[in-house]
Write a protein that binds this ligand. Sequence first.
Ligand code: MOS
Length: 745
Amino acid sequence: MTAVARGLRRPDGPAKLTGTAVYTADTKIEGVAYAVLVPATVPSGRIAHIDTTVAAAAPGVLAVLTHADMPRLNLIGTPPLGQSVLPVQDDRVRYEGQPVAMVLADTAERAHYAAGLVGVAYADAAAQPAFGAGEPVTPIGGLLVRPRLMSRKFNAEVLTLKILASAVASGSRRRLAGSRFKVLAGPDDGVGDVDAGLAGADTVVTATYTTPDRHHNPIEPSATLADWDGDQLTVRDATQWVFGTRMVLAAAFGLPADHVRVVCPYIGGGFGCKGFVWPHTLLTAAAARVTGRPVKLVLTRAQMFTSCGHQPATRQTVTLGATRDGRLTAIRHHSVNPTSTFDDYAENATDGTRWMYASPAIAVATRIQRTDRPTPTPMRAPAEGVGMFALESAMDELAYSLGIDPVDLRLRNEPAVDPMTGRPFSSRPFTECLRQAAERFGWSGRTCEPGSMRDGDQLIGWGMAAVTMNTFRMPSSARVRVDVGGRTVVEVGTQEIGTGLPGVVTMIAAETLDVDPGSVEVRHGETNLPETSGTFGSSATMGVGSAVAAAAGELRAKLDALGQVGGYAARLANAGLDSLEAEARWDPAEQGGGHSIHTYGAVFVEVRVDADLGLVRMPRCVATYAAGRIINPLTARSQIIGGITWGYGQAILEASIFEPQLGRFLSKNLAGYLMPVNADIGNIDVSFVDDADPHASPLGAKGIGELSAVGVSAAIANAVFHATGARVRDLPITIERLLKPAGAD
Ligand code: MOS
């Protein structure tokens, strides 16, 4: 068996376990100053006065910077900036938690102490109504290309950054710094006549579903360490994209890219909040320039709730029409989400509805509502992660309304081609996933009547959902070298986010060169290495992996040209060479054109609901995925388990309550923001169907990281209905929502 078929334990594991893997905040630099941001305590208005005298006189304080003395930074042409407005540049306050000052001191403790001594007086604080308070919603669109084009571009471009880049190219400064920034959903779109489809249906179900604001909460908070040497800037940053961070820093300080080096070998999770570049990174670099010292900043846990995005709440309405025998005649999916007053972030919740089911008529639309809050951002399984909760809950409601088994209903609506675009699917073994997971779960033993599977005071529910995710394919490059000592070195700029990318590229290089994985060393995580895309959009295995395969393939050809006899080391020695290397780039624009490329899965869960207390437990979950060729089964399975756990959190626990009177997220800590722990999670059975997709990447690989977080919340909500007869359409499924008498909305 090849190394790739067996799976590889993480080569990065020992360094992480023993603490020798260096994260941004761990990095020690001589003479560093510690920076702490002072957050605004009001959601809007302006700064009338800042008193820095007490803070400046506190022990160890080196400087207190406000908008009066912070350098002005250039915002032109700077995607992937997380928000269009940079704070500490003027006296405006646009969201609670916005930095209004920065304190620098000789220790972190002294900086934190002095930050509490900065006195700020605010004026004109008139907050916008919070989301859902009946305010007008705004259509999005404008600068966007049409969604059909967009979905093709999505496949070939760096996430939606292409859209941001086109906004920069076609827009003025005002346009970028004002509206239309960070629009991540398409304008209204559709196929066929939905009204006619609904009029001709035997059954119509329509319902509104909501998902709450959520925060990424990686264990490692965002951190930056900036160090200037003349006009050369080195920044260690907790980022999902070292090259994107370099792009923004270079633009902000008016430097050529090669004057900026960004280093990030490891991050302790990101889930999207480190995918874009946020103000703290730029302000830290600016402070280092002003003070002439290296500056380190680590966001507090509370600041993580206002400084690097969040997943916005959504309110989604789904209408499905179907014939008596369960064939869809129309699908309408409408979503609205809150965004900041200055950026148009639109959660692309209707995306999966475009291609999931066959229907002669489909209509999708997204709206935004402006509120006083920080700009939202993608969070693990954006779009489908929230949208499939609504679509798959609605499919369950339709199944009950028709009296058809939920699995059968999905099988009856399997499309032959992409229903919105008419394009062929690159690969779509969705029905295989459905059948395999149903079989492993024992679905045929289910009695469909709600409340019919009671076990003492435990109400048992079985529920399922379809899973899909877009496939984001991003270009990357890699360098591979073999030396006369028999060592193989793989060099890629990408950072390790925690998913096990060093193991994946080790396996790909080892297989391509036919060498022992133990002889492969991976160097990663900085901009002086070959350029790669970000670790987001579940794209790194495809992008970075394909580049490594290409480089290793070229290297193998070079080594074979030295002669086919003996190992590589002997061939190099015979040729009088110390080493030989090859560098290659993979560009998805050259592959897979004209196909509808996605990943799929089916998730089945059993819940047990305490009949008296309404507590929902998930003793078991069975899920089967079609996600391209699986490179490392060990870490793939780990990722899926993490995603399903994340989905359980979405279903049952997670919500960032927004307090409308104060205009702020209420509980900025992990005590007030609930996430699953081991005791919450039962047995998770993960399997994959064979799905090497030659249209997606030369490896046949697609992405898995976000796919596994999709559909779980719908499967759980559907199981809760099966257990209790209560249809909970608002996440999370808290005890009070479950115990609410039917019809008491
Ligand atoms: Mo993910 S939300 O693309 O980091």
